[in-house]
Design a protein around this ligand. Sequence first.
Ligand code: IPE
Ligand code: IPE
Ligand code: MG
Ligand code: MG
Ligand code: MG
Length: 293
Amino acid sequence: MLNDYLKEKQQSVEDHLSHYFSQFPSFPQIIYEAMDYSLMAGGKRLRPILGIAVAEMYDKEVAPFLPIAAAIEMIHTYSLVHDDLPDMDNDDLRRGKPTCHKKYSPAMAILTGDALLTYAFELLSQPNEAIQPSQQIRIIHLVAKAAGVMGMVGGQVEDILNTDKKITIEHLENIHKAKTGQMIILPLLAAAVYSEASNDDYNALKAYGEKIGLAFQIADDILDVTGTEANMGKTMKKDLDENKSTYVTLCGLDRAQTLAKEIIDEALSWLKKIDKDTQVLEELAHYIIKRVN
Ligand code: IPE
Ligand code: IPE
Ligand code: MG
Ligand code: MG
Ligand code: MG
């Protein structure tokens, strides 16, 4: 059952993440508190779990991969902290709790994001006996690209620039692929490098990731309309409020749901090219559009 798998992996990711910022008595304590507050507020931990699933598919030991998974989750959390800022999406609720800037202050939330992002690279570059230095550099390069201007940040810029504007579906697809898709492809590729996957497998995982990443953000657009605040842990109907173009506003709920399903079917077809047991990755693809949080 995927539910049991998700629970078990979420727990191991939580256990691992919890030791980073929970006990830093040192100067300046508030930033560690804020980092811990946002990182440990919950969250599905989907990105770490995608990486773990790939490592397990290649029968690799998961423990040495956990710091990499943690770094990716820290960068994802930073992106949420900044996404919620008053000058970005202006959200008060995240992961079921007041957003970082509400709990602390906008200045502290900006710094919390900065600190999570830089800490991630500290973690990624620390010696790891289970990983060759050349693999480690490849992984760091992948992380920087996915998080930066060619990935998440670039997508967020386009998202902000096009708020209050009607854009084409092709444009929105590109925004979604950048702002969300790249950070979803990332753990798959990082784990493929860690697992020394073949080039063909690497490319199939990348194509699978492109599809599930796009479908993930389409599902997020859909859930903004159909979800509940209790399940989602964030304010609902926020995209309409902020006048964002989404798959729902551009093509309607039914069409958005159909498109998301078609994209997941394409993702599944890429898994067929991998000569391993891809069952967990198949189930994760289905989960991306069936989720309620
Ligand atoms: C929310 O990501 C932001 C998007 C990219 C849509 P998640 O839905 O993965 O949020 P958490 O990590 O579970 O809180
Ligand atoms: C955010 O997309 C993507 C990020 C890079 C953080 P959204 O703005 O739709 O995410 P939510 O709905 O606030 O979680
Ligand atoms: Mg946003
Ligand atoms: Mg937002
Ligand atoms: Mg959203």
